[in-house]
Design a protein around this ligand. Structure first.
Ligand code: GDP
Length: 464
């Protein structure tokens, strides 16, 4: 059976549908040879790597199928590390499919999801952290998420992991040597030196782990859920924040019964905002389901915005429902300031705290959904509540896979240091350190574990 890596693969790299152009990628040892069968004149002038030329593409009956810009990348000089042809043809679904068919007839195989990036990884063009960043970059929906992915692709995070991997290897090698030479009374390395090195590794890991909180939010977007009593102005605020008429606004309480979602980008970060049914006790079956849905939606929020009507003071029922949600941050938005201009944020906060008898910390922002500066004031308050995104670490991680492994490595290094303190045998210390090293190697893809590779590459689309 032929090794898959010896096959030449092809796929459409642009999204399906009509467009000005479509890009088809071909990668593998026979990329040029196979392509020459549909562009017979291509090899007459030997192509130079990274050069593009306009070529006629012919079918097997020598009938012209399209004229396309073709870029050739020599073996070792492409994204995948293999010989690559990139065909920019006219963006008709028929022409794109026809060229792909012709390439398959010429001997190419259709690529699997993420197979181009997988080949780049297998050919040492990038490590697993960088491969993951390719997917993040494709999926990025805001300036900051693209920036984080780009830094990751440039190797800023890998540099940290590689240093940790190399230092851990050094520590482990010395501890194992000290086990081997223990009977001969040779001191291979001073224990203090090892402890200092491990503390250094611990702090690099700690910074990476800490960066995941904002990294994850920036990558996936901030999920904000608007909850509160009926008629407080939730739908009006949603429309104001996303600058669109997403939700129906009426003076009739109980209009919003399902969760309505909108999205907006503010200072480079994407915010997904959900408007929910007003929280009140009701006998209406549909509204009741709506209230249950509101609470469910609220449980997944990065931040809950509790909207209250400053004109009324019957906030307790809705607010106490929120208090059941233990792990979510709350920002109180006291709305309809235009109707209660003398309102004061601190007194609203104290009143709510007294009513609900809660120790939970929350801030209060006063707004009117009808005022022109409300959008920026509310989004700024949300940003502050989440810790701010104005400064992002050079190495910010956004992948749960990296976070899990880095956290495990951190835990193992902490245990190693405790074992040192307790003066347990070097064998134990080596065992924990090895666990930390394996976790690090999993992050970088330095251990060829099929499950890890599956987890990373199965999320890719075709043609990447
Ligand atoms: P929801 O039930 O919480 O979604 O509330 P809506 O957004 O549907 O608003 C209920 C009513 O309050 C509508 O008539 C809105 O026009 C009005 N409203 C919302 N926000 C404000 C505000 O800040 N000031 C004033 N005066 N009216 C508001």
């Amino acid at each position: 059976m032929r090794n898959r890596n010896e096959e030449t693969i092809c796929a459409v790299s642009t999204p399906p549908g009509k467009g000005g152009i479509s890009v088809i990628r071909v990668s593998g040892p026979s990329a040029l040879k196979n392509f020459q069968k549909i562009a017979p004149s291509f090899l007459k002038q030997p192509p130079q790597s990274h050069q593009s030329k306009l070529w006629s593409l012919l079918d097997m009956q020598n009938e012209k199928v399209d004229e396309a810009v073709v870029t050739y990348f020599a073996n070792g000089k492409s994204f995948t590390g293999e010989e690559v042809i990139e065909i920019s043809c006219h963006g008709s679904e028929y022409i794109t499919a026809k060229i792909l068919d012709l390439l398959v007839e010429s001997g190419c195989s259709v690529a699997n999801r993420g197979e181009f990036t997988f080949r780049a990884f297998m050919n040492n063009k990038m490590d697993l952290v960088q491969a993951e960043s390719v997917l993040s970059l494709i999926e990025s929906q805001s300036e900051l998420s693209a920036k984080i992915a780009m830094r990751q692709l440039d190797g800023h995070i890998s540099k940290n992991y590689l240093k940790i991997e190399s230092d851990l290897t050094w520590c482990l090698a010395h501890i194992e040597a000290s086990i081997d030479f223990s009977t001969e009374g040779i001191d291979v390395v001073d224990q203090n030196v090892l402890q200092i090195k491990l503390q250094e590794i611990k702090s690099i890991l700690e910074a990476l782990i800490k960066s995941y909180h904002s990294g994850r939010i920036i990558k996936d977007g901030v999920k904000v859920v608007l909850v509160g009593e009926p008629n407080a102005g939730k739908s009006s605020l949603l429309n104001c924040l996303v600058q669109d008429e997403k939700a129906i606004v009426t003076p009739v309480a109980g209009t919003t019964r399902d969760v309505i979602e909108g999205a907006t980008v503010f200072r480079g970060v994407k915010y997904t905002i959900s408007d929910t049914a007003g929280l009140r006790s009701t006998n209406d079956v549909v509204e009741k389901i709506g209230v249950e849905k509101s609470l469910k939606e609220a449980a997944f929020a990065d931040l809950l915005c509790f909207i209250l009507d400053l004109e009324k003071e019957d906030w307790l029922e809705a607010f106490s429902k929120l208090n059941q949600l233990k792990n979510t941050k709350i920002l109180v938005i006291a709305n309809k300031l235009d109707l209660a201009p003398s309102a004061n944020a601190e007194s609203v906060r104290k009143k709510l705290q007294g009513l609900a008898n809660t120790q939970k910390h929350f801030s209060v922002v006063l707004t009117s959904a009808l005022a022109s500066d409300t959008r920026s004031r509310v989004l700024e308050a949300i940003e502050v509540e989440l810790g701010g995104f104005s400064y992002i670490e050079e190495a910010t991680i956004s992948s749960s896979r990296q976070f899990e492994n880095a956290s495990y490595a951190f835990e193992m290094i902490e245990t190693t240091l405790t074992e040192f303190e307790k003066k347990t045998g070097a064998e134990f210390v080596a065992m924990y350190l090895k666990e930390a090293l394996i976790a690090l190697q999993k992050i970088l893809g330095h251990t060829y574990d099929d499950q890890i590779l599956d987890r990373v590459f199965k999320e890719f689309c075709l043609g990447k």
